[in-house]
Ligand binder design. Structure first.
Ligand code: SAH
Length: 368
């Protein structure tokens, strides 16, 4: 008979849950604090090296617990310093994580799912289909692995100052795994990042925005892409379920009662689709409903897309109109496009359970 106890991967546990787990094995809860500091502050995953644990516990832990991480499959460095990692998450699935260094800060763009089910028409991840949710360990593991490559926090200097859940997947469709991972990013026993330095980006899952709001203090980014429902239905099909008015109401609830400053709206500018001055004017009206910042993202092409990026003059004009409406609008610099690491280019490499790629191929063949 197999009497092996299932090992608990400690990377799956947020601080409170880890304290409970230690109590469940007859230890004191504060052991969690010691282990968390080893793992997230020192980058140590070998129990035998955690010398402030009792010898008995150090001997016992390997049979009860593990510290398992997604393995780095490849690493590419862009000429602008952006780094992209492909992580092997088993079952022929790989996900992508991107580090974007800027002066004074370093942003890590983290994936939450293997693929994405939302099928936004302008996104490479969407075109790849969906396989599965990532676990907490696979999400926080991306941060741990990136921190190891970049040098774990030493002498007070931090390479990763910001984390954005803007990689592959829709984070709010995987709240069970994403919330503990966000806690670990925020908690002083984890990465200790301030609330405004951890951003969750969503295509607009209204009920989950409310859950996030009630659970954790993090920054919210909403992928808007159109001020008009009809067009947004095409670009972000989720809009049919949660139309713009409902989404804006959820954003209002998000900023209410907390000193939660503002919501960042992301708007990918696609040539001739959503970049008309009239779109900008309608956008101003919408954004006035919520303390907002607008982040304009020039569309990044990927194989098979018919969309093109808006012309620079058009982008500039769009930004000017928004600014004249007294709303802060920044244009996101394209980073790492030589290694396909730019926004919307993260495709990973996985087994598509939705067979979306296959359907698209068949459609292309039929149209040829
Ligand atoms: N599912 C989440 C997070 C992932 S996408 C969301 O929708 O917010 C991160 C950002 O990149 C989103 O704003 C998304 O709309 C944008 N994006 C997707 N594809 C893009 C592309 N091809 N070019 C530019 N931005 C893109």
């Amino acid at each position: 008979m197999d009497t092996a106890v299932r090992q608990q991967n400690l990377f799956d546990l947020a601080p409170a849950a880890m304290a409970d787990w230690f109590e469940s094995i007859g230890e004191r809860g504060f052991r969690a604090q010691q282990v968390l500091k080893w793992v997230y502050h020192q980058g140590v995953t070998d129990f035998s090296a955690m010398h402030n644990l009792s010898q008995t516990l150090r001997n016992q832990l390997p049979s009860l617990a593990s510290l398992e991480l997604p393995a780095i499959q490849s690493q590419q460095v862009s000429k602008d310093g952006t780094i992209k990692w492909l992580f092997d998450v088993g079952g022929e699935n790989a996900i992508e994580t991107v580090f974007i260094p800027e002066s004074g800060r370093g942003t890590l763009c983290v994936s939450s799912q293997v693929g994405c089910a939302l099928n936004c028409s302008f996104c490479a991840t969407g075109a790849q289909g969906f396989n599965r949710n990532l676990s907490t360990a696979e999400i926080i593991g991306q941060v741990w692995q990136a921190a190891r490559v970049l040098g774990h926090q030493r002498n007070g200097e931090r390479k990763i100052t910001n984390v954005v859940m803007m990689g592959m997947g829709e984070p709010l469709l995987n709240l069970d795994a994403v919330l503990p991972a966000l806690e670990l990013m925020r908690d002083d026993l984890g990465y200790g990042l301030a609330s405004r330095r951890v951003t969750v980006s969503t295509a607009g899952l209204v009920p989950a925005i409310d859950v996030l709001n009630q659970t954790l203090d993090v920054a919210l980014a909403v992928s808007l892409h159109s001020p008009i429902d009809e067009l947004r239905n095409e670009l972000v099909p989720l809009n049919k379920k949660y139309p713009i008015a409902e989404l804006m109401a959820a954003c209002q609830r998000f900023v209410k009662d907390k000193h939660k400053r503002s919501v960042t709206f992301e708007y990918t500018l696609i040539n001739g689709v959503n970049d008309h001055p009239e779109h900008a004017r309608r956008l101003i009206k919408l954004l006035r409903q919520v303390p907002s910042k607008l982040n304009l993202i020039p569309f990044n092409p990927f194989p098979g897309t018919a969309y093109r990026c808006s012309k620079p003059e058009r982008i500039e004009r769009f930004q000017q109109i928004i600014m004249q409406g007294n709303i802060i609008a920044t244009v996101r610099k394209t980073r790492g496009d030589d290694i396909d690491a730019a926004c919307g280019q993260l495709a990973g490499d996985f087994n598509d359970r939705t067979r979306r790629r296959q359907r698209i191929q068949l459609q292309l063949q039929a149209n040829a």
